[in-house]
Design a binder for this molecule. Structure first.
Ligand code: P6P
Length: 367
């Protein structure tokens, strides 16, 4: 009967979030309303992406349709849908989208207390070959909705109240955390509802997979090169890790979350800050990894000491001539962005695997 109960006791994402919100009696349901508009955007993009394969036939996404009108690129279309859905929710005051150079300040009459940072269609270069792509989003509460200021979005990732992604692949899966664990929901097209299919996701403590674009190997710094070398030629008798790299962040991170292992987009000589964007790629994925028991590290923090029980960051205070502990157990989420499209290197995934990378950076720093 358990299966029946599951089948008839449909835990939709809306119901799930309302249950979560009931823990905060003072909440007026604003977050649930905001989330329902994000879900609407995901449903639209899911339908459009699934049709994209037929673009040539029915004239969608970047093709000219039968009337010879140039159709919008799917990522532009997705961005417009998300912006309109978020503004019309009446719960946002600042939006940062990968597609828009400037932050969008919502008109005062429609303002709410949330700021949403998002990439409406990450990995969209993969659409034409049918590889999974996705929407990534992070949500901050801002101090004063009345005075929506840019610095309200330049907050460290640890201040996010929620983060998630929606992957458009063989199924449409929305993975979400509102700060108490990670849950996965799969769209049931016959109901048009996201149903809870992956309750309380926890990433394995250690994995057998590493995920990186090996084509950049010639430009890597020492610690990254050493870590990847160790994955391929372990010196402790353990089996070599498998390489899995899809080249679509949402797909690579989703596999890492469910199977374990580590995803890395390191800095390299050509791009000292790596490629991925802090606000709407690094922070949301790092938030989810920490909530699932994993961790996330940018490699940019100055590490001096690895005591074996976690790596701490110290900064030299020249006036004292002493290293002062500035980043106890440093994390990517501690980063404070200065620009809304700032990039950062990222190493995220299974706790033990990322710990190994941090120790290699610490050793490099000490040397
Ligand atoms: P590379 C896709 O273009 C993207 O932004 C992420 O989704 C993905 O992880 C990364 O870039 C892939 O970059 O340089 O390996 O092709």
């Amino acid at each position: 009967h358990a299966a029946d109960a599951m089948h008839t006791d449909l835990m939709t994402i809306t119901r799930f979030v309302l249950n979560e919100q009931s823990k905060y009696p003072e909440s007026r349901g604003d977050f649930s309303i905001l989330l329902s508009h994000i879900v609407l955007g995901c449903k639209f993009v899911c339908a459009a992406v699934n049709k994209a394969g037929l673009a040539k036939l029915i004239g969608l996404a970047g093709e000219t349709n039968v009337q010879g009108e140039e159709q919008k690129k799917l990522d532009v279309l997705s961005n417009e849908v998300f912006v309109k859905a978020l503004v019309s929710s009446g719960r946002t005051c600042i939006l940062v989208s990968e597609e828009d150079e400037e932050a969008i300040i919502v008109e005062p009459s429609k303002r709410g207390k949330y700021c949403v940072v998002f990439d409406p269609l990450d990995g969209s270069s993969n659409i034409d070959c049918g590889v999974s792509i996705g929407t990534i989003f992070g949500i901050y509460m801002i101090k004063d909705a009345g005075a929506a200021r840019l610095e309200d979005v330049l907050q460290p990732g640890k201040n996010m109240v929620a983060a998630g992604y929606c992957m458009y692949g063989s199924s449409c899966t929305l993975v979400l955390s509102t700060g108490s664990g990670v849950n996965g929901f799969t769209l049931d097209p016959s109901l048009g509802e996201f149903i809870l299919t992956h309750p309380d996701i926890k990433i394995p403590k250690k994995g057998k997979i590493y995920s990186v674009n090996e084509g950049n190997a010639k430009n890597w710094d020492g610690p990254t090169a050493k870590f990847v070398e160790k994955c391929k030629f372990p010196n402790d008798g353990s089996p070599a890790k498998s390489l899995r790299y899809i080249g679509s962040m949402v797909a690579d991170v989703h596999r890492t979350l469910l199977y374990g292992g580590v995803f890395l987009y390191p800095a390299d000589k050509k791009s000292p800050n790596g490629k991925l964007r802090v606000l709407y790629e690094v922070f949301p994925m790092s938030f989810l990894m920490e909530q699932a028991g994993g961790q996330s590290f940018t490699g940019k923090e100055r590490l001096v000491l690895s005591t074996g029980s976690g790596v701490n960051g110290f900064t030299l205070d020249p006036s004292l001539g002493e290293f002062i502990l500035t980043h106890p157990d440093i994390k990517a989420l501690d980063l404070v962005p200065k620009k809304i499209h700032e990039r950062s290197p990222i190493f995220l995934g299974s706790y033990d695997d990322v710990e190994e990378i941090k120790a290699l950076y610490a050793a490099e720093e000490k040397a």
